[in-house]
Design a protein around this ligand. Sequence first.
Ligand code: PFF
Length: 436
Amino acid sequence: MSTNVTWKGRWTFILAATGSAVGLGNIWKFPYITGEYGGGAFVLVYLACILLIGIPVMIAEIMVGRAGRSDPVHSMSKMGKAAGRSANWGAVGAIGILAGLMIMMFYSVVAGWALDYVAQSISGNYHQATTATIEQNFSLLLSDPSEQLIWHSMFCLITASIVAGGVTNGIGKSVDILMPILFGCLLLLLGYSWLNGDFSAGLHFMFDTDFSKLNSEAIIVAMGHAFFTLSLGMGAIMAYGAYFPGKTSIGKTVLTIAILDTVIALVAGMAMFPLVFANGLTPSQGPGLMFVTLPIAFSTMNGGQFFGTIFFALVSIAALSSSISLIEPGVAWLEKYGVKRPLSTFSLTGVAWLGGIACIYYGEVFDALDYITANIMLPLGGLLIAVFVGRILSRSTVAQEVGMGTGALFKSWWFVLRYLAPIGIILIFLNSLKLI
Ligand code: PFF
């Protein structure tokens, strides 16, 4: 992808960035961590982090990408230098590239599970099965490394083939059609849950705020997930920002993406928890939540085999439009050194593929990568990006590049970016280290 190509317009950018944001984080991870960390109070902290930290940092990332018109490393070092400060700020982009690869390691394994469930749906494996059999199906998959390896490899291969061809060709268009269908499927599941699940127990679980369940770990996981779900803190959105058309409003675009992303996560949770309570499952069952509750719905609904197939296929595609953005910043960076796209794509994806194999065989590797990236690397990246834009670049440059005018809107964003967001991230870090 060369830097003189720009996304065809604001809408294409919205679709690509939404494609990056909406993925396994919304449909698989959000419901299961909400279950693990006790529901309502966790959801509230997550929503607050989206609003007060995620949205301002996303505006900052897009601005840097658009102004730098390059990969995250070069965009940040170029702007640092232009501001008369250090070019070493590019290191933030480099940490982000590493974080992207580390996320891809476990992300591709879970996407592989989704692909496996496409096959299971087609073959009618869980059709009209009992809850116990459906639970056992997931355990069987987890205890079968070679089965996981096949799907994980296939997912890595598809991701690499798309990135190697250049991300501006085609993803925008497919996301355009597929995302609304995915949303339609989630609404269908929500309707099913409403009719057949314990809807009120599900809603109480998700929205009753019981702060006694909120420990410092829950807070840091909620913040980490705000970064993860919006693809922030590692340069993915910054890399896409390099193709954002000049002069279009960043603020409105970011709001659209954040709202879409949040609504999808909330609907996914509202579809799953009523089924959890109606079927005697535990909300805190962990990563299998989606792979157990939804097949229960598909196993009994009319046309369930068909809808199950479509649903897991769409989840896999949503994961694909996210995984592309995990690899893209590294590829764009290597491109600057003359490394050809196919070579860099297959090398970087190859590294992630190997890490994925470690995740398949050692659950601790999976958990550690998930924890370190989402809860430490992304918030740290976000903090550094906020400091970079809010304190290293000059106010006039930022005001000019971000294109929000100089009125109340700009002033409140600037305030949040300089004070609220960084202080919030630092406090949450200190709290999780038991220092405050
Ligand atoms: N936002 C993606 C999801 O919610 O599934 C995951 C992700 C993609 C995280 C890209 C970070 C990233 F840079």
